[in-house]
Design a protein around this ligand. Sequence first.
Ligand code: MN
Length: 300
Amino acid sequence: MNKLGVHALVWVGGWSHAECTKAIEQTAKLGFDLIEIPALDPKSIDVDFTRKTLEQNRLGVTMSLGLDAATDISSSDPEKVAAGEARLADALRVARDIGATHVCGILYSAFQKYFIPPTEKGIENSIAAIRRLCDEAAKSNITIGMEVVNRYESNVLNTAAQAVAFCKRVGAPNVKVHLDTYHMNIEEADTEAAIIQTGDYLGYFHIGESNRGYMGAGSIDFDKVFGGLAKIGYSGPITFESFSSAVVNPQLSGILAIWRNLWVDGEDLAAHAKAYIEVHLKAAREAHARTPIAAPLDRR
Ligand code: MN
C-alpha cells in the first residue's frame, strides 16, 4: 500500500556525511519506507555517499525543491526560465543517481511570496519547462509532483483544482499533483472534496499539522484527509513534514518562516506521526470498505 516517508528536516538541517547518515539511519530505524531529501541546491548532495547509505539501510528516497527568483520558470524573462530549467535538470540528475522515485515541490515557480499575480506567458513558460522535465524524468521512471502551496509561497498553484488543470496542460503521464495538508488547510474550502476531485492525478502527499508540529496537535480535520485518501484508493507515498526551530536549514527554514519551537525530539515526533498515520488510514479504509453503496433505483 502507501509508502510512508519522513522529511529529512525532522532530523537534520544540512546534508554533510554525518547528517546524511543520521537522517537515513533514524528514518530506517523507525520503520519508514522512504526519506524525502530537500535539495534547494542539488549540487550540495554527495550522490555516491547518499546512495550507498540508502542502500545500506534499505531505505527508499524522494527529493523536493523549490526554485528561486533567479531560476523562476514561471517568469516571462527567458534568462530566468533557462536558469530554472538548468536547476531542475541538475535536481533530476541527482535524483536519478541517488535512486529517487519522485521529484516534487514548487518546481513550477519560485518558492517565495509574490506581490503580483502570474502572467499567462509565465504559466506557458512553466508548463513547457515542466513538460521537458517530465520527458527526461520518464527515462528514469521518476514521477514529477506539482506541490500545491499556500498563497504566501507561490502565486501559481494554490488549489488542487488549479494543479489538476496545470497537469492536464502539461499532458505528461508522469506529472502528478502533490497535495499537502498544511497548505490545503489554508486554501481549500473542503479538504476531502479537494482530494476526491484530484483523484487519479494525486501522485504524492505531504501530511503535516496546521502549525507544522505534532500530528493531531493542531487544527486540521484529519478524518476528512484520511477519508478522502481512502475514498480515492490513493496508493502513492505519504510523507510526514514537520518543522521546528530545533532543527534549522538556514535557507529552507527562512522561506517557511519556522520561528517557533514546536518540538525538540525528532525521533519521538516521527514515531508518533508514523503510528498516527497508520492508525487513521486503517480506520478510514475500514470505514470506506463497509459503507454500503446504494443500488441504482431501477435495480431494486
Ligand atoms: Mn509540503
